[in-house]
Design a protein around this ligand. Sequence first.
Ligand SMILES: N[C@@H](CCC(=O)N[C@@H](CS)C(=O)NCC(=O)O)C(=O)O
Length: 204
Amino acid sequence: MITLHHLRIGRSLFCAWLLEELHLEYELKEYFRNPKTFRSQDDLKSVHPLGKSPIIEDGSLMLTESSAITTYLMEKYDSENEFHPCREKINTWAKYTQWLHYPEGSAFAPLLIDMLLQRTKDSSQRLNEFSSGEIVLHLNYIQEELDNNDYMLGNFSAADISIAYVIGVADTGKHLAPYPKLLEYLTRCKNRAAFQKAKLRVVE
Ligand SMILES: N[C@@H](CCC(=O)N[C@@H](CS)C(=O)NCC(=O)O)C(=O)O
């Protein structure tokens, strides 16, 4: 059975969401952040040297990085291509790969800077200018690419789980007011039965 190491509060909820979409059984191990630093603690670092979640174990495999975990779960458990396009449809598959990796590769960094500035009440004009400009750039791009579709590729795919995570972080940072389509998208994603199931089990 798969084990999901989940740090409260964080992205591993979204990994649980994917496991629920796939109807996979998983054991959940929970960890708490240090209340002062909001970082992970020795218990999670004893599982993996980075001490960052999500981490999954599946048999002898231990895997980190949410996009790599998604790719692995798709390869192993989505043989009918319900949640990811097959490689023969190379253009659709390439776009899927883009949306899967874009959040961690590009969109999340300015949101993290903004989150740290808001949380610490630090005021660095340069960081502020950088993060606010980049956040607008990325949210505009995602909203334009989403267009009038329900999901990034039209139909729901595992890449939506990556995108919904960053849109959720943008929502927490109060950046979504000018982006009604992204708000609707986030609601649509969170209304999925699998997300609701994950949320009941994986307490944030
Ligand atoms: N790029 C990694 C990021 C993992 C990550 O930073 N996770 C956060 C939780 S959302 C974490 O574990 N933070 C604890 C810490 O860095 O101390 C991924 O996509 O899985």
